[in-house]
Design a protein around this ligand. Sequence first.
Ligand code: C2O
Ligand code: CU
Length: 442
Amino acid sequence: KAMQASSGGHAQHAAAVTVTRPVSVTELTGPQTGAPDRRFTLTAQKAKILLPSGKVVEAWTYNGRYPGPELRAKQGELIEVVLENKDISEGVTIHWHGLNVPNAEDGVAGATQDAVLPGEKHVYRFVAEQSGTFWYHSHQQSSVQVKKGLLGALVIEPAAQTKPSSPVLDLTLVHHKLGSGGGITLNGDDGLLKQKVLPGTSVRLRLINADSFPAKVQLQGASFQVAAIDGNEIHEPNLIANQALLLAAGGRYDVTLTMPNASVFLAPSKTDSRHGLLLSPDGTTEVPDLHPDLPTFDPASYGSPQPLPFDLDTRFDRDYRLVFDVQFGFYDGKLDGLWTINGKVFPHTPMLMAKEGDLVKMTFINRSYMDHPMHLHGHHMLVLSRNGAPTTGSPWWTDTLNVAPGETYEVAFRADNPGLWMDHCHNLTHAAMGMTMHLLYE
Ligand code: C2O
Ligand code: CU
C-alpha cells in the first residue's frame, strides 16, 4: 500500500515487466493533448536580488524571483509548464528533480532536449504520478545555473486529502547558497524567518536542500517525525527529538510536528543562531540557544519495516560496482581535481544498461574525501545496505543518496521508465568535473 503511494510507477508496471518489446514514443513523452489541470509559465531571466542582509546578487532566476515560484499540484493532475528564456544567453532547461516523468520531459540539455535559447520557449507536459516534495532547476550547465538561482520548489499533494481537524501549516523551505561569498538562505532569506503558529497546529516542513553541499539542519523545541524522504512516505515514522537532519545535496526531508506551547527553531547551521526559521506561539523573536552537538538522524533504521519488492537476496538482472575517487588532471586546459567513477571521468565513466523491467543493483563505494550525493533521474532507488549492514527500518526510497567518505551503499531499482537518464553526483561541480553517468535502456 505505502509502496504504491510512494512509488506508484513501480507498482503500476510490475505486471508487464518480463516482456521485452519495442518502446513506443508515447512512453517517452508526456500526454501531448488534453487540457492541463495546472498551467505554469516560468521565464528565465537575469535579476538583481536584494537579500535581507543587504547583499545584492546578480542572479539568474525564473520569473525574476529567488527562489523561483513554488509550483503546487495534486497527484494525478496533468501539469503543463511553459519555459521561456528572456536573456540567459547560454540557454536553460527545467529538470523536475525527484519526480519520475517520461524521459522527454526530464529537461536535460544535450540528452532529452536542446537548451532553450533567448527568445525561445519549450513546453513540458506530464502527469504527476507521485505525491511529495520535489524541486526544479535548470539542467543546462547546472553547476553554474543552479548556483546563480535557477531553481524552485515543486510540491505534489496527495490526490485525496481528508480535511484536517486541527489547523495546518504546510511550509516549504528551500535551503541554498546564492552565488559566491554569501550565506545560506531559506526561501531566499539569509536572516531569520519568523512565523506565528497557534499551539496544536499540525506543522509540515518540507525541507529541500538545493545547495551543492550536504545540509545539517538542527530542529529544536519540539519532538518531530521524519514523515518522508525524497518525496517517499516513511512507514510508521516514530517521534524523535534532539537530532540533526543531514540532507544530501538535492535531497528532501518532510518533517511533521505538533506545534507546542513554546518556540520551535530550525537552523541550517549549528554555529549560527541568527539564521533560520522561528515558529513561535506568541510572536516572540527570542531565539533559543543551539545545541552544540546533536546526533545525526539515521534513515537506515527509522520507521517500521514493510515487505520489500526486492532485497539483498534478490537475483538482480544487472549489478554495477561504482567506485568514487578523486585524482588530479587537466580539465579545460587547467590542472584541477577530477572526480572519478571507476577511475574515469565522463564520458568515459560506466554506461549503465538495462532492459525495461530489469532489476538493477548498484554498489556505491566512496574512496575520496568528499561527500557524493548520487542522484538518479527517472527512478527511485531502494537502499538495501550501508557499510555491509542491511537497512532495518521503513523501506528507504531515495533519488539522491549522500555517500560520505569511506561509505559503501547497496541500492537497487526497477528499470520501469524507458529512455536515456542521468545518474550523477549532485555536488554539481563534481558532476561537471567527471562524476556523471548515463542509464540507457537497450
Ligand atoms: Cu537535480 Cu541531474 O539533477
Ligand atoms: Cu561528488
